[in-house]
Design a protein around this ligand. Structure first.
Ligand code: PHE
Length: 463
């Protein structure tokens, strides 16, 4: 096989690209919603503990496997243990599935960015606006294709000239925007129709205070599982993306420090997203206002922005621009993982591979974007929720495949290859593996059990 020439220029480029993949809609709409639903500070505490233990372990494994083998999922697992090639193939299929709908979501966000930039904040706050948009057979398709085309263009331009360049530009701006909006949220104050005045600081307190009233063991476990599934979606682990990005890291880069920085960036943006969204929603809609998933971003927040008056247009623009950056850098990481695997399997050039994949995924994105109009149908998932086309793709990739892949990969590393295999890679060059003992215990004993439980729970086998 030809030696791979693509690389990140160094530690900063790698960390920003990996953080770009990690920070996405998961941070912006899933994390704040879960925190508000799952007991505020209680969720935050559990999440933080999981980040520095299991999240750290999974992220370390993926990145170290990538750098060690210099290959993407299929090639990497085959090289580690030929009998485990199936795990590489399974891993490869996660981005393959995610790619079908991620540009569709990116398209929705872009649409809202345009809505706020063109001063239509009050239109976006009307009841039924979002539904009317996604059920239209044209507009969501156009925006999805646009988002997909931009993603493909960046990946086409390569690792350093495309992905790293875009991440270096977008990630610092994203961070500044999120801090600015969060600070503004805390200054809010509003008297509702009921005559009650609520402030941003009260909202912040609601977000940060651990609510343990009436907490049962069952509820505690439920919250922990929510935090766990959020965590590995958020870190982009167990889908081969971090293996691919790891394969582009030069041998002299200190992986130990890079991994801490990626964890810090991803968790920091999630916490800040909560600090910008929870208080704002609280001030204008009270504790009932936090919608789940897309409805938070596309229905609840536009109402909140509208209630802010003129400031709402500015805040709306800042918010959706940061959301576009977050989604775009994640979307390119998904396409890059698919591209890199295909280049290795078919021995094709980057440009040719991206062109072929673009055709496939432009078509796929259009189909999924039409899942709320032309191709509308609804099924019930094993976990009980009603799902359309997009939700099915999301369910299979995130709730079924990712926990299964994590489970299998922790068994492979912890028991077949042994943790020392990863430790060696972590200690290469100037690096010191500060959490070595923690890593070893978690990969062997803790992660396999947690992943098994998560798998059983999210597939509905364990009710
Ligand atoms: N990590 C991203 C987030 O938090 C999600 C993501 C999923 C990114 C799949 C890439 C691939 O939103």
């Amino acid at each position: 096989m030809k030696k791979k020439q693509s690389n990140f220029s160094g530690q900063v480029g790698f960390v920003l690209a990996a953080a770009g993949s990690a920070v996405g809609v998961g941070n912006l709409w899933r994390f704040p919603y879960l925190a508000a639903k799952d007991g505020g500070g209680l969720f935050l505490l559990i999440y933080l503990v999981l980040v520095v233990t299991i999240g750290f372990t999974l992220l370390t494994s993926d990145i170290a496997i990538g750098r060690k083998t210099k290959k993407s999922a299929i090639g990497a697992y085959t090289e580690l243990a030929p009998k485990w090639k199936f795990l590489g193939i399974l891993t490869f299929f996660v981005p393959v599935l995610i790619m079908t709908y991620y540009a569709v979501i990116g398209g929705w966000i872009t649409k809202y960015g345009v809505v706020y930039l063109t001063g239509q904040a009050s239109a976006a706050a009307q009841d039924g606006y979002f539904t009317a948009f996604i059920t239209s057979p044209v507009s969501p398709v156009v925006f999805a294709l646009l988002f997909m085309a931009v993603t493909a263009f960046i990946v086409y331009n390569g690792v350093e000239g495309g992905i790293e360049k875009v991440s270096r530009f977008m990630m610092p701006i994203l961070l500044v925007l999120v801090i600015a909006v969060a600070s503004y949220s805390l200054t809010l104050s509003h008297t509702g129709a009921d005559g009650e005045t609520r402030t941003g600081l009260q909202g912040l307190l609601y977000y940060l205070t651990p609510h343990t009233e009436g907490l049962t063991i069952h509820r505690f476990l439920q919250i922990s599982l929510d935090a766990m599934s959020q965590l590995f979606f958020s870190l982009s682990v167990s889908m081969g993306i971090m293996i691919t990005y790891g394969s582009y890291v030069k041998p002299d880069v200190d992986l130990n420090r890079s991994i801490s920085q990626i964890e810090f960036f991803d968790t920091g943006v999630a916490l800040l997203a909560g600090a910008m969204i929870v208080p704002a929603v609280y001030v204008f809609s009270g504790t009932e206002g936090m919608g789940a998933g897309p409805s938070l971003m596309f229905i609840s927040l536009p109402k909140v922005f509208d209630a802010m008056g003129f400031a709402g247009t500015v805040v709306g623009i800042l918010f959706f621009v940061s959301a576009i950056f977050a989604t775009l850098t994640s979307c390119i990481s998904v396409l890059e993982a698919i591209t890199a695997n295909c280049m290795e399997i078919f021995h094709t050039s980057r440009k040719k591979t991206v062109l072929v994949l673009s055709v496939i995924y432009l078509a796929a994105s259009a189909v999924i974007a039409l899942g709320y109009s032309v191709f509308y149908f609804e099924v019930q998932l094993p976990n009980g929720s009603a799902a359309q086309l997009l939700d099915i793709m999301d369910y299979v990739s995130n709730s079924v495949m990712m926990p299964l892949i994590s489970l299998l990969s922790t068994i492979l590393i912890g028991w077949v290859l042994k943790p020392q295999f990863i430790v060696e890679e972590m200690e290469k060059g100037s690096g010191k593996f500060t959490r070595k003992a923690l890593y070893t215990v978690i990969i062997r004993y803790v992660a396999p059990i947690v992943m098994l439980i998560l798998f059983l729970q999210s597939t509905g086998i364990l009710a």
